[in-house]
Design a protein around this ligand. Sequence first.
Ligand SMILES: N[C@@H](CCC(=O)N[C@@H](CS)C(=O)NCC(=O)O)C(=O)O
Length: 216
Amino acid sequence: MKLVIGNKRYSSWSLRPWLLLKHAGIEFDEQLIRLDEPTTKAEILAVSPSGRVPCLIDGGIFVWETLAIIEYVAETHPHLAIWPRDRAARAVARAISNEMHAGFMGLRSACPMNLRRRFAWRDRGAAAANDVARITQLWRDARRRFGQDGPFLFGAFSAADAMYAPVVYRLDGYSWPLDADIAAYVAAMLDLPEMRAWRDGADQEPWIVPSDEVPE
Ligand SMILES: N[C@@H](CCC(=O)N[C@@H](CS)C(=O)NCC(=O)O)C(=O)O
Protein backbone atom coordinates (compact mmCIF):
# COMPACT_ATOMS: atom_id res chain seq x y z
CA MET A 1 0.00 0.00 0.00
CA LYS A 2 1.15 3.52 -0.71
CA LEU A 3 -0.29 6.76 0.67
CA VAL A 4 0.30 9.89 -1.37
CA ILE A 5 0.26 12.99 0.82
CA GLY A 6 1.04 16.71 0.72
CA ASN A 7 3.33 18.80 2.94
CA LYS A 8 3.06 17.71 6.57
CA ARG A 9 3.22 21.31 7.66
CA TYR A 10 -0.03 22.21 5.91
CA SER A 11 -1.89 19.21 4.53
CA SER A 12 -4.64 18.56 7.03
CA TRP A 13 -6.37 16.07 4.74
CA SER A 14 -3.20 14.04 4.33
CA LEU A 15 -2.73 13.85 8.10
CA ARG A 16 -6.01 12.01 8.67
CA PRO A 17 -5.42 8.70 6.82
CA TRP A 18 -1.68 8.81 7.61
CA LEU A 19 -2.45 8.97 11.32
CA LEU A 20 -5.07 6.25 11.05
CA LEU A 21 -2.74 3.86 9.22
CA LYS A 22 0.21 4.55 11.53
CA HIS A 23 -1.86 4.19 14.68
CA ALA A 24 -3.35 0.93 13.41
CA GLY A 25 0.15 -0.39 12.71
CA ILE A 26 -0.58 -0.94 9.02
CA GLU A 27 2.56 -0.96 6.87
CA PHE A 28 2.55 1.48 3.96
CA ASP A 29 4.91 3.49 1.80
CA GLU A 30 4.60 7.23 1.84
CA GLN A 31 4.96 9.53 -1.17
CA LEU A 32 5.00 13.24 -0.45
CA ILE A 33 4.12 15.63 -3.26
CA ARG A 34 5.09 19.21 -2.51
CA LEU A 35 2.06 21.50 -2.67
CA ASP A 36 1.98 24.82 -4.52
CA GLU A 37 4.81 24.01 -6.93
CA PRO A 38 4.53 24.38 -10.73
CA THR A 39 4.50 20.57 -11.07
CA THR A 40 2.15 19.82 -8.17
CA LYS A 41 -1.08 19.44 -10.12
CA ALA A 42 0.43 17.12 -12.74
CA GLU A 43 2.13 15.00 -10.10
CA ILE A 44 -1.07 14.62 -8.10
CA LEU A 45 -3.18 13.96 -11.20
CA ALA A 46 -0.87 11.07 -12.07
CA VAL A 47 -2.27 9.22 -9.05
CA SER A 48 -5.44 10.99 -7.95
CA PRO A 49 -8.21 11.79 -10.45
CA SER A 50 -9.56 14.62 -8.28
CA GLY A 51 -6.18 16.36 -8.42
CA ARG A 52 -6.04 16.33 -4.64
CA VAL A 53 -4.22 14.41 -1.93
CA PRO A 54 -4.44 12.16 -0.01
CA CYS A 55 -4.70 9.17 -2.31
CA LEU A 56 -4.22 5.55 -1.26
CA ILE A 57 -2.86 3.10 -3.81
CA ASP A 58 -3.28 -0.60 -3.13
CA GLY A 59 -2.04 -2.63 -6.07
CA GLY A 60 -4.20 -1.46 -8.97
CA ILE A 61 -6.76 0.21 -6.72
CA PHE A 62 -6.60 3.99 -6.36
CA VAL A 63 -8.67 5.53 -3.57
CA TRP A 64 -8.95 9.30 -3.24
CA GLU A 65 -11.11 11.32 -0.81
CA THR A 66 -10.27 10.95 2.85
CA LEU A 67 -13.45 9.25 4.00
CA ALA A 68 -13.30 6.79 1.11
CA ILE A 69 -9.73 5.93 2.12
CA ILE A 70 -10.83 5.38 5.72
CA GLU A 71 -13.68 3.12 4.60
CA TYR A 72 -11.29 1.20 2.34
CA VAL A 73 -8.88 0.66 5.23
CA ALA A 74 -11.74 -0.44 7.50
CA GLU A 75 -13.04 -2.87 4.87
CA THR A 76 -9.63 -4.37 4.14
CA HIS A 77 -8.73 -4.69 7.85
CA PRO A 78 -11.93 -5.97 9.46
CA HIS A 79 -9.98 -7.34 12.43
CA LEU A 80 -9.09 -3.77 13.44
CA ALA A 81 -11.61 -1.44 15.11
CA ILE A 82 -11.08 1.39 12.62
CA TRP A 83 -14.61 2.48 13.49
CA PRO A 84 -16.02 1.74 16.98
CA ARG A 85 -17.36 -1.83 17.29
CA ASP A 86 -20.56 -0.72 18.99
CA ARG A 87 -23.23 0.11 16.40
CA ALA A 88 -24.58 3.22 18.13
CA ALA A 89 -21.05 4.54 18.69
CA ARG A 90 -20.13 3.73 15.09
CA ALA A 91 -23.17 5.61 13.78
CA VAL A 92 -22.20 8.71 15.76
CA ALA A 93 -18.52 8.35 14.78
CA ARG A 94 -19.49 8.28 11.10
CA ALA A 95 -21.91 11.20 11.52
CA ILE A 96 -19.35 13.46 13.18
CA SER A 97 -16.67 12.42 10.71
CA ASN A 98 -18.95 13.38 7.84
CA GLU A 99 -19.76 16.64 9.60
CA MET A 100 -16.00 17.36 9.70
CA HIS A 101 -15.53 16.39 6.09
CA ALA A 102 -18.38 18.57 4.87
CA GLY A 103 -18.03 21.61 7.05
CA PHE A 104 -16.36 23.86 9.57
CA MET A 105 -15.13 26.19 6.84
CA GLY A 106 -15.14 29.09 9.31
CA LEU A 107 -12.44 27.47 11.42
CA ARG A 108 -10.62 25.98 8.45
CA SER A 109 -10.27 29.29 6.64
CA ALA A 110 -9.55 31.49 9.69
CA CYS A 111 -7.04 29.05 11.20
CA PRO A 112 -5.26 27.01 8.51
CA MET A 113 -3.20 24.11 9.82
CA ASN A 114 0.39 25.27 10.06
CA LEU A 115 2.60 23.12 12.23
CA ARG A 116 5.61 25.41 12.11
CA ARG A 117 3.91 28.39 13.71
CA ARG A 118 2.27 29.17 17.03
CA PHE A 119 -0.16 32.05 17.36
CA ALA A 120 -1.19 33.99 20.45
CA TRP A 121 -4.88 33.80 21.23
CA ARG A 122 -7.08 36.41 19.57
CA ASP A 123 -10.63 36.47 18.29
CA ARG A 124 -10.68 34.67 14.92
CA GLY A 125 -14.20 35.76 14.01
CA ALA A 126 -17.73 34.53 14.60
CA ALA A 127 -17.68 31.77 11.98
CA ALA A 128 -14.60 30.14 13.51
CA ALA A 129 -15.99 30.56 17.04
CA ASN A 130 -19.31 28.97 16.03
CA ASP A 131 -17.44 26.04 14.49
CA VAL A 132 -15.34 25.51 17.60
CA ALA A 133 -18.49 25.65 19.74
CA ARG A 134 -20.10 22.94 17.62
CA ILE A 135 -16.94 20.80 17.50
CA THR A 136 -16.39 20.94 21.25
CA GLN A 137 -20.07 20.11 21.78
CA LEU A 138 -19.85 17.02 19.59
CA TRP A 139 -16.54 15.94 21.15
CA ARG A 140 -18.03 16.32 24.63
CA ASP A 141 -21.14 14.41 23.65
CA ALA A 142 -19.12 11.53 22.14
CA ARG A 143 -16.84 11.36 25.18
CA ARG A 144 -19.79 11.44 27.58
CA ARG A 145 -21.77 8.76 25.77
CA PHE A 146 -19.04 6.47 24.46
CA GLY A 147 -15.65 7.50 25.85
CA GLN A 148 -15.53 5.60 29.15
CA ASP A 149 -12.79 3.16 28.11
CA GLY A 150 -10.07 5.59 27.05
CA PRO A 151 -9.12 9.22 26.44
CA PHE A 152 -10.38 9.43 22.84
CA LEU A 153 -13.78 10.36 21.42
CA PHE A 154 -15.08 6.79 21.57
CA GLY A 155 -12.68 5.58 24.28
CA ALA A 156 -10.16 3.80 22.08
CA PHE A 157 -8.67 5.73 19.15
CA SER A 158 -10.84 5.49 16.03
CA ALA A 159 -11.29 7.03 12.60
CA ALA A 160 -13.28 9.85 14.21
CA ASP A 161 -10.20 10.98 16.14
CA ALA A 162 -8.17 10.86 12.93
CA MET A 163 -10.78 13.05 11.22
CA TYR A 164 -10.50 15.68 13.98
CA ALA A 165 -6.70 15.51 14.35
CA PRO A 166 -6.11 18.70 12.32
CA VAL A 167 -8.61 20.54 14.54
CA VAL A 168 -6.56 19.41 17.55
CA TYR A 169 -3.43 20.93 16.00
CA ARG A 170 -5.35 24.11 15.18
CA LEU A 171 -6.80 24.59 18.67
CA ASP A 172 -3.31 24.09 20.07
CA GLY A 173 -1.46 26.18 17.49
CA TYR A 174 -3.88 29.11 17.69
CA SER A 175 -3.88 28.98 21.54
CA TRP A 176 -7.65 28.57 21.62
CA PRO A 177 -9.01 28.84 25.22
CA LEU A 178 -10.44 25.44 26.14
CA ASP A 179 -12.51 23.98 28.96
CA ALA A 180 -10.68 21.35 31.03
CA ASP A 181 -12.40 18.31 29.46
CA ILE A 182 -11.66 19.50 25.91
CA ALA A 183 -8.09 20.42 26.87
CA ALA A 184 -7.64 16.88 28.21
CA TYR A 185 -8.78 15.39 24.89
CA VAL A 186 -6.49 17.73 22.95
CA ALA A 187 -3.57 16.77 25.22
CA ALA A 188 -4.26 13.05 24.74
CA MET A 189 -4.25 13.49 20.97
CA LEU A 190 -1.09 15.64 20.93
CA ASP A 191 0.62 13.04 23.07
CA LEU A 192 0.10 10.24 20.55
CA PRO A 193 3.49 9.11 19.18
CA GLU A 194 2.06 9.30 15.66
CA MET A 195 0.95 12.93 16.14
CA ARG A 196 4.47 13.73 17.38
CA ALA A 197 5.97 11.92 14.40
CA TRP A 198 3.84 13.91 11.93
CA ARG A 199 4.92 17.14 13.60
CA ASP A 200 8.56 16.03 13.49
CA GLY A 201 8.13 15.46 9.76
CA ALA A 202 6.64 18.95 9.38
CA ASP A 203 9.57 20.42 11.32
CA GLN A 204 11.94 19.04 8.72
CA GLU A 205 10.15 20.63 5.75
CA PRO A 206 11.67 23.91 4.56
CA TRP A 207 8.89 24.72 2.08
CA ILE A 208 6.49 27.65 2.50
CA VAL A 209 3.04 27.85 0.90
CA PRO A 210 2.14 31.56 1.04
CA SER A 211 -1.63 31.01 0.73
CA ASP A 212 -1.56 28.89 3.92
CA GLU A 213 0.31 31.50 5.95
CA VAL A 214 -2.04 33.62 8.07
CA PRO A 215 -0.84 37.23 8.43
CA GLU A 216 -0.81 38.26 12.10
N1 LIG B 1 -12.13 16.31 -0.07
C1 LIG B 1 -10.72 15.98 -0.18
C2 LIG B 1 -9.91 17.20 0.12
C3 LIG B 1 -8.45 17.03 -0.26
C4 LIG B 1 -7.70 18.34 -0.35
O1 LIG B 1 -8.29 19.43 -0.37
N2 LIG B 1 -6.37 18.22 -0.43
C5 LIG B 1 -5.48 19.36 -0.62
C6 LIG B 1 -4.30 19.28 0.34
S1 LIG B 1 -4.81 19.32 2.06
C7 LIG B 1 -4.86 19.29 -2.00
O2 LIG B 1 -4.72 18.23 -2.57
N3 LIG B 1 -4.45 20.44 -2.54
C8 LIG B 1 -3.68 20.44 -3.75
C9 LIG B 1 -4.27 21.23 -4.84
O3 LIG B 1 -5.47 21.59 -4.75
O4 LIG B 1 -3.53 21.49 -5.79
C10 LIG B 1 -10.42 14.80 0.76
O5 LIG B 1 -11.25 14.49 1.60
O6 LIG B 1 -9.39 14.13 0.65
